[in-house]
Design a protein around this ligand. Structure first.
Ligand SMILES: Nc1nc2c(ncn2[C@@H]2O[C@H](COP(=O)(O)OP(=O)(O)OP(=O)(O)O)[C@@H](O)[C@H]2O)c(=O)[nH]1
Ligand SMILES: [Mg+2]
Length: 300
């Protein structure tokens, strides 16, 4: 019997949803970073095995209070994506103290009435003897279809998670050809790769206010791709930091991004980056739409 369906990654920011999804499909599609709210869109990736096809949906981390329209949009994406699930993967940190954020998510999951697998991630950070207390703490708040501890970073126990998901999926057809891995275009992934390198190179304050726009994406030949992109930020002072002393920061972001884009496209990449200021774009509906954060585009 072939099984198929949607497995939706849900959890607070920074718990490792995107890292785990990349590991499950064995390829880096979603960007990851230590900064919360790295993921901003619903990202679909596909794993096809002999037994079934799991379509993973990565979502932005769920927060309780949104500070701007972008935050509202991110919550909206997560909630709508959650309702598409055949199985929900609820990711948490390996702590026996359940925080208010997780309690709020559990409340939503109870209303959803779908099978939920509790995925305790980052088990590389704790001793094995500490895990039963984590099982206990979360298990006392809600009935889970399964509980699977993993380390997305080290890839430990990720295969058991695949099995647990397949067990819960309904019988169904192969929705996608085997070679299809994601719904994201190279152009979209490129913008995200540039944003990731900015997130990883910049300090704590600026990254949240960054968006990346691809101005032009040209496959010049079989061996050369030319990409021009703009990093949008919120203030002149941020622009200065992103560019850096004599352009050093922008050069570093560009060079990190170029290396990864060359691996991704299998071509040489010519990358030109610009920096632009759009004050308060995170609260401006027109800007949000222009930067690709448009409600009801895909999640309606
Ligand atoms: N030690 C450890 N770190 C991990 C593990 N999985 C993820 N991380 C780290 O946790 C941070 C956040 O990972 P992401 O995958 O970006 O988290 P996310 O849940 O997608 O975050 P948002 O998109 O912001 O909601 C990164 O620095 C990862 O390297 C893990 O199993 N062990
Ligand atoms: Mg993420």
């Amino acid at each position: 019997m072939f099984k198929s369906g949607y497995a939706v990654m849900i959890g607070r920011p920074n718990v490792g949803k995107s890292t785990l999804m990349n590991h499950l499909i064995g390829q880096k599609i979603a960007i990851t970073s230590r900064k919360p709210q790295t993921t901003r869109n619903r990202i679909e990736t596909i794993l096809t095995t002999d037994e079934g096809q799991i379509v993973f949906l990565d979502t932005p981390g769920m927060i309780r209070k949104t500070e701007n329209k972008l935050g509202e949009y991110l919550m909206d994406v997560s909630l709508k994506t959650m309702s598409d699930a055949d199985v929900v993967l609820f990711l948490v940190e390996p702590s026996s103290c359940v925080g208010e954020g997780d309690k709020a998510i559990i409340k939503k999951l109870k209303n959803l009435k779908k099978p939920v697998i509790l995925v305790i991630n980052k088990i590389d950070k704790v001793k094995k003897v500490q895990l039963p207390a984590v099982f206990e703490a979360y298990g006392s708040l809600m009935k889970f279809a399964d509980i699977v501890p993993v380390s997305a970073m080290q890839g430990s126990n990720v295969d058991s998670l695949k099995e647990a998901i397949l067990k819960l999926l309904p019988e169904g057809p192969k929705y996608y050809d085997e070679e299809v891995v994601t719904d994201q275009t190279l152009r979209q992934i490129s913008a995200e790769v540039i944003r990731e390198k900015a997130l990883r190179n910049l300090g704590m304050e600026i990254p949240h206010g960054i968006a990346v726009l691809i101005d032009s994406y040209k496959e010049r030949s079989e061996t050369l791709t030319a990409i021009e992109a703009t990093i949008v930020c919120e203030r002149d002072s941020h622009k200065k930091i992103i560019i850096g002393k004599e352009g050093a920061m922008l050069k570093r972001i560009g060079s990190d991004a170029r290396k990864e884009l060359e691996g991704l496209t299998g071509t040489q990449v010519y990358l030109k980056l610009w920096v632009k200021v759009r004050r308060n774009w995170r609260d401006h509906p027109g800007d949000l739409k222009n930067f690709g954060y448009e409600s009801d585009k895909k999640n309606g």
